[in-house]
Design a protein around this ligand. Sequence first.
Ligand code: GLU
Length: 418
Amino acid sequence: MSDEANPFESLQSQIDDAAAYLDIGDDVIERLKHPERVLETNLTIERDDGNLERFEAFRSQFNGDRGPYKGGIRYHPQVSRDEVKALSGWMTYKTAIVDIPLGGGKGGIVIDPDDYSEAELERLTRSFAKELRPLIGEDRDVPAPDVNTGQREMNWIKDTYENLENTTEPGVITGKALDSGGSEGRVEATGRSTVIAAREAFDYLDKDLEGATVAVQGYGNAGWIAAKLIDEMGATVVAVSDSSGGIYNADGFDPVAAKEYKNETGSVVGFAGSEAELTNDDVLTLDVDLLIPAALENAIDADLAEAVEADVISEAANGPLTPAADEVLEGKDVFVVPDILANAGGVTVSYFEWVQNRQRFYWDEERVNEELEAIIVDAFDALVETYERHDLENPRTAAYVVAIQRVADAFEEAGSWP
Ligand code: GLU
């Protein structure tokens, strides 16, 4: 992984690239490059051994012009103020490109959760929920899972919030377990949209997904579901990796068996279906038809991009390519379906969850998946229309042109309030 790019600067340069094609004043663009506010807090909890430990935590509310701030909370040692700001900006343009009535936010705690017990993580999560209480709410800011958080953490946050507010408000957070007001299809949604977007890109490029070779970097929730679904669509997953390394098999893996192996042992490395072991960088530079980066930001920098041999990239992770890598890949005609569209399934089904929570009326999985499919296909069509109309250099810029226009329209239509 490269540390060459500060993700917040990457976000701002992506906005600048798109602004060149938009008839929007620099003053409005300037507003759209910065978060509205950022909470920075210190959480001190008791460890199981009785000692206290302090953790830094953030919540960035980037933009609320189109609706309540929306976005996940991640637990990772690499979390920083700038990372959270960038991720909250990406959420803003993500909810805009898929045209759901939500803004953008993101939160995080600087922690490696593997080093803590479940009871410690519960105390920490409830402590963060207490700090977040005045900021969140179903009409204010609606958190969700992200890297290293899931249903368990969402249920704790919902429970803490509801207890303190003495109310029932499941729509305060999404990504909950089904019994706590979660939605069918939410866990699979990020991986699902990544492969729907890849399928649309293949169609657009007149390429066949049936028999196409695929490499997946990162085998967490988004990566492994993407591998499973693309395999079901007839593609061949020849390489996957996680933070311990990668595995390769020219004839393809059974993604479910690889996941079961990872669940048992902690990594895909050593899986019996593997012919060869690879590094993460090897997985990113394999000669495949489709590459799915599904780990963290900055996985591919300019140097690595020179070695990338995939024809299409569908970004399950947020910010996996640095702006310099984007430029290199553009020169090599690699079609990149940008994160804000490819991985937008997560927040789209979060939106469905929020709608269901508010209506106290729950949908079956078939309905969730159908509505998700329609939204991702519409967003891809809007991207392509803009890509062709402006003859843009890459699909990412097209996505930002569409998304920024939508946010700016909402801001301008609101008028001014001196
Ligand atoms: N963390 C996910 C993302 O980056 C989902 C956010 C949400 O559901 O609000 O898009």
